[in-house]
Write a protein that binds this ligand. Structure first.
Ligand SMILES: CC(=O)N[C@H](C=O)[C@@H](O)[C@H](O)[C@H](O)COP(=O)(O)O
Length: 222
């Protein structure tokens, strides 16, 4: 079984329908490019993308399935969504473990226990706060990630949440994964110094629209 090693840079290869790169073949190419650059694992969304990525790499895949309302719990909200991505080739399941109500009313500890029992893969809890991270570990999560920090209370900061990584790493007895708005080598280093076990980077590597817009924004007007 493929596992997430300590000190890994994970590249999140995701594109929504608004992105010209939307689709499994583009995401498989992204994953191959990430691997060629030294990525140690891939994070990917949905069974189609995951199956296409699985076909071209042996790297561990952290799978998720975004379903439902993005304003609520939508990262792998149900057991069925977890089962679908594992069948497609995911080695770990990432799921929303914020303290928000789940769409099916399911308790997260029962969901995690069922994934362990029936799918036999580790669960990475995507959280937004220290409280949610501690609760996720108590609920059985194998790893805790800061993925949802800044996305659940209406205001998204521009930078990554180094402080949350530091707090989680100080309190938890499991790997803490840094994720969200990490853009530069300095950000990556700050996360490692704060105690991150692994670092996930998405937009800054796999979203050329974002990269282009940032540089276009640097051109003086007039
Ligand atoms: C909040 C949410 O839905 N995050 C998603 C989780 O899978 C992805 O859209 C992010 O790209 C991923 O977390 C990596 O983060 P960033 O792209 O900022 O490096």
């Amino acid at each position: 079984m493929r596992t997430l090693a300590s000190g890994t840079l994970v590249v999140s290869c995701q594109a929504g329908p608004e992105n010209p790169l939307y689709g499994p073949s583009s995401m498989a190419l992204m994953a191959q490019a990430a691997e060629a650059g030294g990525a140690g694992a891939i994070r990917a969304n949905g069974p189609e993308d995951i199956a296409a990525i699985r076909a071209v790499t042996d790297l561990p895949i952290i799978g998720l399935h975004k379903l439902g309302d993005p304003a609520g719990v939508f990262i792998t909200p149900t057991y069925e969504s977890a089962a679908g991505i594992v069948a497609a080739g995911a080695d770990l399941v990432a799921l929303d473990a914020t303290l928000r109500p789940r769409p099916d009313g399911q308790r997260v500890d029962r969901l995690i226990a069922r994934i362990h029992r029936e799918l036999g893969v580790p669960v990475m809890a995507d959280v937004d706060s220290l409280e949610a991270g501690l609760a996720a570990r108590d609920a059985g999560a194998d790893l805790v990630a800061t993925t949802l920090s800044g996305y659940t209370n209406g205001r998204t900061p521009t930078g990554p949440d180094v402080e949350l990584v530091r707090q989680l790493a100080a309190k938890l007895d499991c790997p803490v994964v840094a994720e969200g708005r990490i853009r530069t080598p300095e950000d990556v280093r700050a996360m490692c110094d704060a105690g991150a076990y692994a670092v996930v980077v998405g937009h800054a590597i796999t979203n050329p629209m974002d990269l282009t817009a940032r540089l276009v924004g640097a051109i003086p007007v007039g």
